[in-house]
Design a protein around this ligand. Structure first.
Ligand SMILES: Cc1cc2nc3c(=O)[nH]c(=O)nc-3n(C[C@H](O)[C@H](O)[C@H](O)COP(=O)(O)OP(=O)(O)OC[C@H]3O[C@@H](n4cnc5c(N)ncnc54)[C@H](O)[C@@H]3O)c2cc1C
Length: 110
């Protein structure tokens, strides 16, 4: 499973708890986002001064097949007061695009 860089489009979001958001995305370049449950993506963005940064988020979608193009993936974001990525996610509306890469994380199935 090669690590790739891709745009993710927000399909929907809802609150799971007062400070935890559930976000549903679809890969916006027509390619599948295949992953092993437990792997994570990185979200790339910039601080206000233009410095590039990134944060990691675990892929929460349960699946038992190779992901096809257009299939939705989910993450849960715990909001951190004053957090840079928290602000990004809080301001993201349906149809909004974020820059992501992955999947990351390797598991040993013994
Ligand atoms: C492999 C991996 C997977 C992850 N998966 C998830 C996930 O599925 N969902 C998720 O919500 N986050 C996950 N994280 C954490 C996520 O990457 C960010 O660190 C988190 O969202 C905070 O980013 P931020 O930019 O909003 O806050 P920042 O701007 O990085 O932090 C703002 C301030 O809050 C402090 N802070 C940061 N995080 C916490 C915390 N958890 N508790 C208390 N203080 C904190 C910082 O020290 C700083 O002072 C994961 C991290 C890793 C390494």
């Amino acid at each position: 499973m090669a690590i790739q860089h891709f745009p993710l489009k927000l399909v929907s979001r809802r609150m799971l708890a007062p400070a935890v958001g559930h976000y549903v995305f679809v890969r916006d370049d027509g390619q599948p986002l295949d992953f092993i449950p437990g792997q994570f993506i990185q979200v790339h963005f910039h601080y206000a001064d233009g410095t590039a940064t990134k944060r990691s988020y675990s892929l929460a979608t349960i699946h038992d097949h190779a992901m096809a193009p257009g299939e939705e993936v989910e993450i849960a974001v715990s909001y951190v007061p004053g957090g840079a990525a928290t602000a990004l996610f809080e301001g993201l509306e349906a149809g909004g695009i974020i820059d992501a890469s992955g999947p990351f994380g390797r598991f040993c199935l013994a």
